[in-house]
Design a protein around this ligand. Sequence first.
Ligand SMILES: [Zn+2]
Length: 459
Amino acid sequence: MTRNRLRSTPVPGTRDDYTGIDFNLGFHVRAYHLDLSYRVGPNRLDGTATLRLDNWTPLTTMTLDLSPSLRVSRVSAQGSAGVDVQVARFRQSGGKLRLTFAREVPVDTEFTLSIRYGGTPRPVRTPWGNLGWEELENGALVASQPNGAPSWFPCDDTPDEKAHYEIIVTADNPYVVAVNGTLLSKKPAGSRTTWHYRVGNPMATYLATVQIGDYLPLLLSAEGDAVPVRAWVPPALRDSAREEFADQARMLALYTELFGPYPFNSYSVVVTEDDLEIPLEAQGLSIFGANHIRGDHAWERLIAHELSHQWFGNSLGLAQWNDIWLNEGFACYAEWLWFEHSAGRPAAESARHHYDELLSKPQDLLLSDPGTRDMFDDRVYKRGALTVHALRVLLGDDAFFRMLRRYVAAGRHSVVEPVDLKREVLAEARAVGVPESAVESLWQAWLHREALPEFPCAP
Ligand SMILES: [Zn+2]
């Protein structure tokens, strides 16, 4: 068990500027064990969350994030190494579960909290719309980015607090329950089935997901491929899903070559019966709506985009939301790389096209800190990808992809900040004789100024 904070520089203050939600300070959650029961018809979720924690300050109280749609009925604690940890009382207010301990928990105590809760799960209202657990026509989905996780379990909902997970969901037959990680067992009992998953690598709360529906399994990889690629699709969409995801395993092979080994054990896509506004990534899994799977490859770029988040966003997580371009800039650039390799369309051509589009839009956001309103603005995605392209042009292809693989390897299963990328860029620049000042001016111009820099062209 690591005792270090995942990120290198703690976010100052006591509140997340992007979500507007107070941090839960003083402890780390090392592991979540969620044992849940879900009834599709009445949309009823009940369960017990057991959290394994340790604290970096003495605690007399602590908070976790939990939606008021879910009510806690019981909380108990268990200390380890002879430390007696007892919860004297708990209450829920302002989207928080607030605990008071019977006596102070000394610093560096390992303890577990067992939280019994239930209710009608609903998405939580956020500045980016309703996020989290959502009832479907015939099932449920979870899409939490950035702060919807408290819609289904009590958690420390901040992207840098990665933890291990065990997720057990019991649902009515014949529903399929798809969750992150590896399916350890599937046990039918009467009219219900219990699905037990384990997530072997640390995961951010927003990337935890449960997908429940009337789904058929499809194998998208070939027998013997190192990374199995699967799909869960509504029966009526089986043929169009086969068509849409025909290149999914080839995409995974390309990204493995360009970015380094695929970070997880497997990759799955879930296609919901309902239409979804946008596809979304979770850890080891991506979610698409029926509208994205018409069999005409209209959304091929997003099939590539979501897969690339397994490296950029999921394995290499964010320390704080203002660095969202590290997720979306790389994922958008990964789209261009896919078409460069699969269709012979150079990334420089995609870059030029999107650069010209950006020129026609307001130049009033900082890529390094776009703010709550513009966090998911398309300009963040495209300017982020153009920044990646500018680095490639500056270093040259060989040095750029060497740098990229080193950056990805160094940040694997952890969190990264722009400074981690810059360190690798500077090291590679030195190795190939690119002046440090050229890296500095690129960095300033693309990340820290609003005006669009000149289009990056090879000399
Ligand atoms: Zn994305």
